[in-house]
Design a protein around this ligand. Structure first.
Ligand code: URP
Ligand code: ZN
Ligand code: ZN
Length: 468
């Protein structure tokens, strides 16, 4: 199947020009003006942007968390992602404490085999427990499964939190293997004390989620992880940075050319702590971790994104229904499943509030949502750019089309959308994954199963085209 995309404005992290794109065998085979080729399908992209598909390196799909499991399936989450212009997700495969990494990997592949994805998928490995010596041996070989990034939670005490010994051992292994270590940076011990104190005082409302996780707990853990990475001579990527106190140690590290990187997520750019105070337990929808912060942090986050102190915007999509899931914590904020809905609207939001409102350039938007995550997570240049030989993962984006964000038009299964009712200008009108249109005018037009599992390259290395 060949496709010709005619006359679109191609925008990458560094270029902006008008041309045609010819796609054969899943890949871009030609880029030029007025291409004279016979194609099975022609897409008129005049007046539209043609962007490399966005990459979401932080999702939790069909993820068992506490007493429940995130409510999207692999099919619904990836359909929502595609509708919003995302063509690859890298999800967290999480080791069940006490079990092997192979067990986690089997479980994640099993879920995807049942509810098949429509876009491409990679996995990070979240290590929660190194008590069995063979786990380290397993980790040494995990690159064979295409997993080249590890994740550690420095919070969620009594569940998936690791101690510094585990973190340090994994960082050293990552150094040996050329992998990238990701951390959820919060001081889980201090938070545990604060949560127990709040519970003892019968402070039950959602707002106590934020009050028991002050910015210093994030800042301390961020700095600790950075210093441990320095000792291990390992690369480090700090996930979901939410506040200026955590930006500061990352900025210092990067000024010193240390191998330290960070991401933030839309929920920290667009919501503040007051959302937790919404009446009648509605605030529970904003119980994600780290929590929404004071509004002043939002400008610091945009500034850090512009200065490349933070280099990626991921979603941390971790959806729970408000009714029946968030409600588990109606009488105790600490029992509210932590996570927010977000996989679908990232590109629309960042284009509208970032580009249209002058906070970032169009090229920087592409870099933050596509090129940088492709480079960090071993997908580039097969993904993350528009070039001959790359996978034809493309978004035809209409910058003039108005869009109202709503749960009703969403493909996510959650019973709410955090951005409900927001009106934005600019929306994807078609999303192609390896040359196939998977979503057109917000409708799924490909069969689940089009998405493939991608074995990723090591941190800093290139991923060659399929079959090369
Ligand atoms: O609240 C969140 N972010 N839930 C997902 C797990 C995590 O910490 O990323
Ligand atoms: Zn986290
Ligand atoms: Zn997460």
């Amino acid at each position: 199947m060949s496709v010709l995309i005619k006359g679109g404005r191609i925008v990458t992290a560094s270029e902006d020009y008008i041309a045609d794109i010819f796609i054969e065998n899943e890949r871009i085979s030609l880029i030029g003006t007025n291409l004279k080729v016979n194609a099975d399908k022609v897409i008129d992209a005049k007046g539209k942007y043609v962007l490399p598909g966005a990459i979401d390196p932080h999702t939790h799909i069909e993820f068992p968390f506490g007493a429940t499991t995130t409510c999207d399936t692999w099919t619904s989450a990836t359909t929502a992602a595609a509708a919003g212009g995302t063509t690859t997700v890298v999800d967290f495969c999480v080791q069940t404490p006490g079990k092997s990494l192979a067990h986690a990997l089997d479980a994640w592949h099993g879920k995807m085999a049942k509810n098949k994805p429509v876009i491409d998928v990679g996995f990070h490995m979240a290590i929660t427990d190194l008590k069995k010596p063979e786990t380290m041996t397993e980790l040494a070989k995990i690159g064979d499964a295409g997993i080249t990034s590890y994740k550690l939670f420095m919070a969620y005490k009594g569940a998936v939190m690791v101690d510094d010994t585990t973190l340090f051992k994994v960082l050293r292994q990552a150094h040996e293997k050329g992998a990238l270590t990701m951390v959820h940076a919060e001081n889980g011990d201090a938070i545990d004390v604060l949560v127990k104190e709040a519970q003892a005082k019968k402070q039950t409302a959602p707002k106590y989620h934020a009050l028991t996780r002050p910015v210093e707990t994030e800042a301390e853990a961020t700095n600790r992880a950075i210093q441990l990475a320095r000792i291990a001579d390992a690369a480090l990527y700090v996930v979901h940075v939410s506040c200026k106190q955590s930006i500061a140690p990352i900025a210092t590290a990067r000024e010193n050319d240390w191998n330290i990187h960070g991401e933030t997520c839309p929920q920290y750019l667009f919501f503040d702590e007051s959302y937790l105070d919404k009446p009648n337990f509605e605030g529970a929808k904003w119980v994600y971790t780290p929590p929404p912060r004071a509004k002043e942090h939002q400008d610091h986050l945009w500034h850090a994104l512009n200065k490349d102190v933070l280099s990626v915007i991921s979603t941390d999509h971790c959806p729970f229904n408000w009714k029946g899931q968030k409600s588990i914590g109606k009488k105790d904020f600490a029992a509210i499943p932590n996570g927010g809905v977000g996989i679908e609207d990232r590109l629309r939001l960042i284009h509208h509030y970032g580009v249209n409102e002058g906070r970032i350039s169009l090229n920087r938007m592409v870099e933050l949502l596509s090129t940088a995550p492709a480079k960090y997570f071993g997908l580039y240049p097969r993904k993350g750019t528009v070039s001959v030989g790359a996978d034809a993962d493309l978004v035809i984006f209409d910058p003039k089309k108005s869009w109202t964000i709503s749960q009703k038009t969403s493909h996510c299964l959650a019973d709410h959308n955090l951005y409900e009712g927001r009106k934005v200008k600019g929306t994807p009108v078609a999303t192609l994954v390896r040359g196939k249109v998977v979503v057109e005018d917000n409708k799924l037009v490909a069969a689940p199963g089009h998405g493939e599992y991608i074995k990723r390259a090591n941190f800093g290395e290139k991923l060659l085209a399929k079959g090369k």
